[in-house]
Write a protein that binds this ligand. Structure first.
Ligand code: F6P
Length: 318
C-alpha cells in the first residue's frame, strides 16, 4: 500500500488548500493512505503527522492560507535535521512526499529526494518566481487583491489630487507589480529586472498633472525599492502631494481565485498520476495551459526571467 504525505512550506499562498485537497482526494480514490505534515519541514522533523481522509479536506477549497500551516526552517538545512525527518518517514513507511512551496521548499524536497524519498514539488508562492511554470499558486489571487487595492487608492488620490506610490510583494521578482500595474493602468512600474529612470518618471507625472490629471499611480516591487523612498523622491522632484502605501501581507490572504482553484486541482490530480507511473523527483507547473513537470535540478538550473513582452505592452499602453 502506498503512503503519501503532503506538506506546505515557506510563505503561504492562496490555493495551497485546494492543492492539498486535490492530492488527498485523488490519492484516496486510488486506494492510497494519505497524510498531512503540520508546519512544513519543521513539523516533519518534529514527527507532527495527521492522517487525512476525505472529510479532513472538506470545506477548505475556497479558503486562503493552508490548514496544514507553514513555516520556514533553518534546522532542516542541516544533516541532523534531515536525518530526523528521514527517520520519521521511514518509521511510518511513507515513501512519497508532496512539497507545496517556493524556491526554499524545493531545496528541501530535493534534499529528501537525495535520501531516497520520492518527492513532488508544487509551486506554492504568490511571487511567480519559480522557473518552468507560467504561474505559481496564489499569484492570480494576489494580482486581484493588488488590483482591487489600487482601485481603492485611485478613488481617494483623485479626490485629493495626489500621487500614490504602492509597494507590492514579490521578493526579487517584479511579476506582481508588472501584471497588477497593467491591470490597473498605472503610470509607472518599478521592478528589479528593469532599470528605471526616476527623473523621467517624475517629469511625465508632473506633465500629466499640468495637463489636468487628478491623480497618478506608481507601483514599486519590493525588490526594486520601498514605497517610502520612491514617494519621497517623487515629491522632491515634482513638488506634488505624494503618499506611500505598503500593501504587505494583505496580498497573501483572501479566497483563492477560480483560476488558482482549478489550476491547483489539476496539479494535485497530476501528482497521483505520476505516482502511478513511477515518475518522481519532479516539480509540477503549468505551461501553455498544460500541466507539466520537470526534475528539480532542471528547475534550479533554469532562470526565471521577467516577461519582456509584457513589460513592452505596459510601456506601449501608458
Ligand atoms: O515569498 C512570499 C513573500 O510574501 C514575499 O513576497 C515576501 O518578500 C515575503 O514572503 C515575506 O515574508 P514573511 O511572510 O516571512 O514576512
Amino acid at each position: 500500500l502506498k503512503k503519501i504525505a503532503v506538506l506546505t512550506s515557506g510563505g503561504d499562498s492562496q490555493g495551497m488548500n485546494s492543492a492539498i485537497r486535490a492530492v488527498v482526494r485523488t490519492g484516496l480514490a486510488n486506494g492510497y493512505d494519505m497524510y498531512g505534515i503540520k508546519r512544513g519541514f519543521k513539523g516533519l522533523m518534529a514527527n507532527d503527522f495527521i492522517s487525512l481522509g476525505s472529510k479532513e479536506v472538506s470545506d477548505i477549497l475556497y479558503r486562503g492560507g493552508t490548514f496544514l500551516q507553514s513555516a520556514r526552517s533553518e534546522a532542516f538545512k542541516t544533516p541532523e535535521g534531515q536525518a530526523k525527518a528521514i527517520a520519521h518517514l521511514k518509521e511510518r513507511e511513507i515513501d512519497y512526499v508532496v512539497v507545496i512551496g517556493g524556491d526554499g521548499s524545493y531545496q528541501g524536497a530535493r534534499a529528501l529526494m537525495h535520501h531516497g524519498i520520492k518527492t513532488y514539488g508544487l509551486p506554492g508562492t504568490i511571487d511567480n518566481d519559480i522557473p518552468l511554470t507560467d504561474y505559481t499558486i496564489g499569484f492570480d489571487t494576489t494580482l486581484n487583491v493588488v488590483t482591487d487595492a489600487i482601485g481603492n487608492l485611485r478613488d481617494t488620490m483623485s479626490s485629493h489630487e495626489r500621487v500614490s506610490v504602492i509597494e507590492a510583494m514579490g521578493r526579487n521578482c517584479g511579476d506582481i507589480a508588472l501584471q497588477a500595474g497593467i491591470a490597473s493602468g498605472v503610470d509607472a512600474i518599478l521592478i528589479p529586472e528593469v532599470d528605471s529612470d526616476i527623473e523621467a518618471i517624475a517629469r511625465s507625472i508632473k506633465a500629466g498633472f499640468d495637463r489636468g490629471k487628478s491623480h497618478s499611480i506608481i507601483i514599486v516591487a519590493e525588490g526594486a525599492g520601498t514605497a517610502e523612498d520612491v514617494a519621497k523622491r517623487i515629491k522632491d522632484l515634482t513638488g506634488l502631494d505624494t503618499r506611500p502605501t505598503v500593501l504587505g501581507h494583505i496580498q497573501r490572504g483572501g479566497t483563492p481565485s477560480a483560476f488558482d482553484r482549478v489550476f491547483t486541482s489539476r496539479m494535485g490530480h497530476k501528482v497521483i498520476e505520476l505516482v502511478k507511473q513511477d515518475i518522481h523527483g519532479v516539480a509540477l507547473g503549468i505551461e501553455n495551459n498544460q500541466i507539466t513537470y520537470h526534475p528539480f535540478d532542471d528547475i534550479f538550473a533554469a532562470q526565471n526571467n521577467i516577461n519582456d513582452h509584457l513589460y513592452q505592452i505596459f510601456q506601449d499602453l501608458i
